[in-house]
Design a protein around this ligand. Structure first.
Ligand code: ZN
Length: 278
């Protein structure tokens, strides 16, 4: 028991610098006690343990006899710390993400990969869209028709309806997104764009056979994104499928915005249809 108490005193003294400035009477006694303790420990511990005590390692191992394994572990830990310190200062560039700069670089690389993937998916979108090319026409060549099948729409805002700062230059055919739109007459595609200003996804047809002395065109706006089934220069017949009703461009709710232009000036589409449908 006496040996254990002595040992505890020693460990406290060696670990606490403040205790080193204790009264002279104690400091005189201490070397003797320390020597006695060292001798006792030496008797208890193997020869391997002594170097650990001699190096003055301020660890709990000095408070109680340490096994050879514990000491070995302590040595192993100190070696690892040394190698880490060397690695950080010497071969930093060979590590993948050990500094804030390298972590930021890694994040930037991952963000670039994610952006590229998103761009690829966006580029693939039009080809995935619901372009229906095999829709049967709802009219015969030479006819003039309403641009949507009877019963598939509701006439909403008409020509001249109030708009902020202007008037409405077409006829709206309100219908759910995806409802088919058809060519009102034989013609050729002069516009086929996914973003035609406020019209959004738009197709325009010229109708030479109807024109006579005046150039007549029809325009189909707010179409569903990616649904256009015809391209510029292509000629179509009356009732040929053009694409889907959507809500693209400046519009509230889904509808076909249908315009009729005579010499590039909008006229009332319903009045024109009533006269020309046949
Ligand atoms: Zn409209």
């Amino acid at each position: 028991m006496a040996e254990e108490l002595e040992q505890t005193d020693m460990s406290v003294d060696t670990r606490s610098p403040k205790r080193a400035t204790s009264p002279v009477s104690r400091s005189v006694v201490r070397p003797i006690r320390t020597f006695a303790v060292l001798a006792a420990v030496g008797a208890l511990v193997t020869a391997i343990a002594l170097p650990a005590l001699a190096t003055g390692a301020a660890s709990p191992a000095t408070a109680s006899p340490a096994t050879a394994q514990q000491i070995a572990a302590g040595h192993a830990q100190s070696i690892v710390v040394a190698s880490e310190a060397t690695a950080v200062s010497g071969t930093r560039s060979s590590f993948t993400a050990t500094t804030p700069q390298e972590i930021e670089q890694k994040k930037a690389e991952e963000a670039a990969v994610a952006a590229a993937k998103a761009a690829a998916e966006a580029a693939a979108k039009p080809s995935v869209a619901s372009v229906r090319t095999n829709m049967a026409p709802i009219a015969s060549p030479g006819q003039v028709i309403y641009p949507m099948a009877a019963g598939s729409y509701t006439l909403s805002d008409g020509f001249g309806a109030a708009r902020s700062g202007r008037s409405h230059m077409g006829q709206d055919f309100a219908a759910p997104i995806g409802t088919p739109i058809y060519a009102a007459a034989d013609g050729c595609v002069t516009i086929s764009q996914d973003g035609y200003g406020g019209y959004g996804e738009t197709i325009e047809l010229s109708h030479p056979a109807l024109s006579g002395a005046n150039a007549i065109s029809t325009l189909y706006g707010h179409m569903n994104y990616g649904s256009r089934a015809v391209s510029v220069g292509q000629c179509v017949t009356a009732g040929q499928y053009l694409g889907e009703v959507g809500n693209t461009g400046w519009v509230s709710g889904s509808c076909l915005h249908f315009e009729v232009l005579v010499n590039n000036t909008e006229i009332d589409p319903l009045a024109w249809l009533e006269v020309n449908v046949r």
